[in-house]
Design a protein around this ligand. Structure first.
Ligand code: ATR
Length: 282
């Protein structure tokens, strides 16, 4: 009987496709996972030109590839390309992992949200259940994580975005899965949150979303989905606002990779030592 997993003793070939791709840490992370779990895989990075994604996936499959990761700017296109999607990828409108099934059809998943949740809960012991969450941003990065966050039963998720319509559209889309609403940044004043997750791209430009002061509960957490060698401007804001814990998204990066690896290989790597290794490289 054919299996989803490649248990033959052949090298399983995987890649990450994106543009740009040369700074991707995925080849390093998956190579660490493979060594650790004795899996025979090769994982490369593939730069794809705009308009060339579908062809690149077809070529990789035809050449014997087993699956791939997808990063900016092709996650939405990947969603449209696959034959079948996991529920979390379906609602996110974005696919970051493809598995080529034995019948040559493409299964699409999105492992970003589970990566974030595992980093928060398993690596940092940050509870989500019954907590008041504030999620900053309403773009692709946020869409990818809302369902796994809501599955942890927070008391509330407030989505704040500069362009308020996008926050309301997301709240509407996800409201069947939990208590979620959209908000202007200015309306946050006077409210209190246990955990603020920055899913905007502002940190990339060293910018801070327009957050009012004093919106953190006691023992609050600030999590930036971006990561950098030094604390991001959002995490520096959290420290000033007396957050008890400030965390960047490096653990999420490794955890989402681990979930892809599990989908492809049926084996769960130990992420702790790989998070440490990636941190040491920075
Ligand atoms: P991604 O795929 O990384 O989410 P995106 O879809 O372009 O990228 O979304 C970027 C998000 O960051 C948006 O929510 C954007 O807010 P707007 O929708 O109002 O544009 C948010 N963003 C970017 N720079 C920001 C800044 N300086 N302050 C606040 N929000 C910012």
């Amino acid at each position: 009987m054919s299996s989803l997993f490649d248990f033959e003793n052949k090298t399983g070939r995987y890649t990450v496709m994106g543009n740009p791709i040369n700074h991707s840490k995925s080849p390093f992370i998956h190579t660490c996972f493979a060594k650790q779990t004795n899996q025979n895989i090769e994982y490369t990075a593939t730069q794809v030109d705009p308009g060339g994604f579908e062809q690149a996936v077809g070529n990789f499959q035809a050449s014997g590839g087993k699956g791939l990761n997808i990063t900016v700017p092709f996650k939405q296109e990947a969603w449209g390309l696959v034959d079948e999607r996991s529920p979390r990828a379906d609602i996110a409108g974005a696919v970051n992992t493809i598995l080529f099934k034995p019948d040559n059809t493409l299964l699409g998943d999105n492992t970003d949200g589970v990566g974030l949740v595992r980093d928060l809960i398993n690596n940092h012991q940050c509870g989500i259940e019954n907590k008041r969450l504030l999620v900053l941003g309403a773009g692709g990065a946020v869409r990818g994580v809302l369902l796994p966050l809501l599955e942890q039963n927070p008391a509330l998720i407030t989505i704040a975005n500069r362009t308020i319509d996008k926050a309301h559209i997301l709240a509407q889309l996800y409201k069947q899965h939990g208590n979620i609403l959209g908000s202007h940044y200015t309306d946050l004043a006077g409210q209190k949150f246990d955990l603020i997750i920055n899913g905007t791209s502002a940190s990339l430009n060293d910018q801070l979303p327009p957050l009012p002061d004093n919106i953190l509960m006691e023992n609050a957490w600030c999590y930036d989905m971006m990561y950098a060698k030094d604390p991001t401007v959002f995490l520096r804001w959290g420290i000033k606002q007396k957050a008890t814990n400030t965390i960047d998204g490096l653990g999420m990066l490794v955890e989402q990779a681990a979930e892809s690896f599990y989908l492809w290989r049926g084996v769960r790597p130990d992420t702790q030592e790989v998070i440490k290794a990636v941190r040491e490289q920075m």
